[in-house]
Design a protein around this ligand. Structure first.
Ligand SMILES: N[C@@H](CCC(=O)N[C@@H](CSC=O)C(=O)NCC(=O)O)C(=O)O
Length: 312
């Protein structure tokens, strides 16, 4: 809170406004349309939309800009990928990320989880396929391949847009996510050695070629060739990873129903990491379920984990 004397008020009127703070500038950013902006923890939580060339529809994503970013200071970027049924709003409203973005001085970018409104027959029929369930792959099947290219959207188009429009440090980026988004974070880091300095996940779908959610989405988006499926499976990708050391942090709720149903299979990821000598810490958190109550509880630990790599 600032209390103005008359002299200070005069100074405030004359002080320059960064282009990242100026609303008239942010509504005209390259290829981006501002949907909303709310001051939060000294920074701003914004939502933008844009016409995506990868997924051929209008996409939305959230950006949290800490105060320093609003002043134009270049900062690391923490990418967050959400899970099945989510839009960009779940992380914004439930994860408590803004306080941590401000504390650790990271820009946070969190996209929607799939293309939407593409007029594909059946796209809105189930919670675990189609809208809200892009599964972070590039589809090869005729019905879906025009739009369902979330892997390229996350690893190419979105980072390019972010670097063009915000004061990011392009070689200081980390990625994390929850459930389907944890799978997306792991495969994005494992398939692009050196691109992400840090990676972590909450209750990730760790071995999608062997669980019901993965089989449904991979079958639909990638067809029947399971060799293609393995290219998007973290447990498989760990075995062939050849890049700068990755130090993976995974949190998993022990009371997670989807763990009990065999959808997540984190033990398979851990076995694969052990065999491949990939550093990975999985913390089994007693009593926690799959929800954003679990995610928000441990989010600060994940920011601290990413800070070790993004700030050095
Ligand atoms: N049947 C449920 C399943 C949806 C669900 O639990 N989604 C999780 C992610 S699960 C794996 O990707 C989620 O994050 N939900 C949003 C939230 O805010 O909790 C259903 O349809 O509800």
């Amino acid at each position: 809170m600032r209390v103005f004397s008359l002299g200070a008020l005069d100074h405030w009127r004359r002080s320059p406004v960064s282009k990242f703070r100026e609303v008239s500038a942010i509504t005209r950013m390259s290829k981006l349309t501002l949907v909303s902006s709310n001051k939060c923890f000294g920074g701003e939580q914004r939502v933008y939309s844009h016409e995506s060339s990868e997924v051929n529809c209008t996409m939305k994503f959230g950006v949290f800009l800490p105060s320093d970013a609003l002043d134009g200071k270049k900062l690391p970027v923490f990418y967050w990928l959400s899970g099945l049924t989510c839009t960009e709003q779940n992380f914004i409203t439930k994860a408590g990320g803004q306080r941590l973005g401000a504390k650790f001085n990271f820009i946070i970018v969190n996209p929607d989880t799939s293309p939407r409104g593409c007029n594909i027959e059946g796209e809105d029929d189930s919670y675990d396929f189609g809208s809200g369930a892009g599964f972070y792959v590039d589809s090869t099947t005729d019905k879906w391949k025009k739009n369902y290219r979330m892997y390229s959207y996350i690893t190419k188009e979105l980072p390019a847009l972010v670097n063009e429009n915000f004061p990011s440090i392009p070689d200081r980026i980390g990625i994390s996510g929850h459930s389907m988004g944890g799978h997306g974070a792991l495969i994005s880091a494992l398939k692009n050695p050196g691109m992400f300095r840090s990676v972590s996940a909450f209750a990730p779908i760790s071995h999608p070629t062997k669980c019901a959610w993965g089989k449904k989405c991979f079958g639909g988006y990638l067809g029947s060739d399971e060799n293609v499926w393995r290219e998007y499976d973290a447990t498989e990708l760990v075995k062939s990873y050849n890049g700068p050391p990755l130090d993976i942090l995974v949190d998993q709720g022990a009371a997670d129903n989807f763990l009990k149903e065999g959808q997540l299979l984190p033990e398979r990821l851990m076995e694969s990491c052990a065999e491949s000598k990939m550093p990975c810490v999985m913390r089994m958190q007693e009593g926690y379920d799959h929800s954003y109550f679990f995610v928000s509880t441990f989010m600060e630990d994940h920011f601290a984990h990413h800070a070790k790599f993004l700030n050095n």
